[in-house]
Structures are given as structure tokens and as C-alpha cells.
Design a protein. Structure first.
Length: 155
């Protein structure tokens, strides 16, 4: 998995957000400047409208930014937490942490993996350990090391 896949926004999203923010702030400043130079209310109202348009543009740009990010995070979550058990796609094989690691099969025949820094053990195809230097061990060895079962892959 590449690092770009972990980012919720693209470069185009950043450009769109930057433009709407700059234009919105520009309209607010222009509206403020125009209003500050007008003495009568009837001359201030058009400038106030410009400022309100700037605030609306700022809100729309930020709402679009947040919604795009939420959509990307939701898609990532759907890949990590499928609705049906066992619907996780086969992932890349887990890299071995060292050649001296002893891999003992679980009594059920399943190999469970973890790293030294993890507090949970996983199935080898779990998205939370893919591309990490994980070592396979039995369920009993993981429990003896103080680890608990992963809530995502539910080994």
C-alpha cells in the first residue's frame, strides 16, 4: 500500500480548498473595507452583501473539504471493516521480522501474527499488519506476551 492511499485528500482537493478560502477571505476583506468607508446604511448594504458572500464561499469550500475527507475515510473504513465476516480481500503476504523467528502453528491450524510493539495479534491477511515486519506465533504465545485478539480481523 502506498502512502498516497492513506491520505484522505488529493492535490486537486487542496487547490480547490485554497482557492475558495482565498476568494472567500478576499470578499470578506473587500466587504469590510467598503462598509468601513460608507457612512449611510444604504451605502453599506451592498458591501455587507459582498462580505456575506465571502463567508458563504468560505463555508462551502470548507464543507466540501471536510466531506471529501469523510468520503475517503469512509471508503477506507469499508475496506478495513467489511459488513460480512470473511469478506476481507486477500492482502499482500506479511514480511518476516527475522529469519530466526520460530513459526509454530496454532492448534486450529491458523498462523497469527504481531510485531513487538503491538498489543493485539492478527490474521496474516489483516489490513492492520500488511507490509509490517510481523512475526507469526501461536495464539497461546501471543496471549502469554500480553496481546489480545484484533477486533478487525477477529482471529
Amino acid at each position: 500500500m502506498n502512502a498516497g492511499a492513506l491520505r484522505p485528500w488529493t492535490g486537486n482537493d487542496l487547490v480547490a480548498w485554497s482557492l475558495t478560502t482565498a476568494l472567500g477571505l478576499g470578499l470578506v476583506v473587500v466587504g469590510w473595507h467598503g462598509t468601513s468607508g460608507a457612512v449611510e446604511v444604504r451605502h453599506q448594504v451592498p458591501w455587507l452583501d459582498v462580505g456575506v458572500a465571502g463567508v458563504v464561499l468560505l463555508g462551502a469550500g470548507n464543507a466540501g473539504w471536510i466531506l471529501r475527507g469523510r468520503r475517503a475515510v469512509g471508503a477506507r473504513r469499508a475496506r478495513l471493516l467489511p459488513l460480512e465476516p470473511g469478506a476481507v480481500a486477500a492482502a499482500a503476504p506479511v514480511a518476516a521480522a527475522s529469519e530466526t523467528a520460530v513459526v509454530a502453528p496454532d492448534p486450529s491450524g491458523a498462523r497469527l501474527v504481531s510485531t513487538a510493539a503491538m498489543t493485539r495479534y492478527h490474521r496474516p491477511d489483516c489490513e492492520l499488519v500488511v507490509a509490517k515486519a510481523a512475526v507469526a506465533a501461536t495464539r497461546d504465545e501471543h496471549v502469554a506476551a500480553g496481546r489480545r485478539a484484533c477486533g478487525v480481523c477477529q482471529p
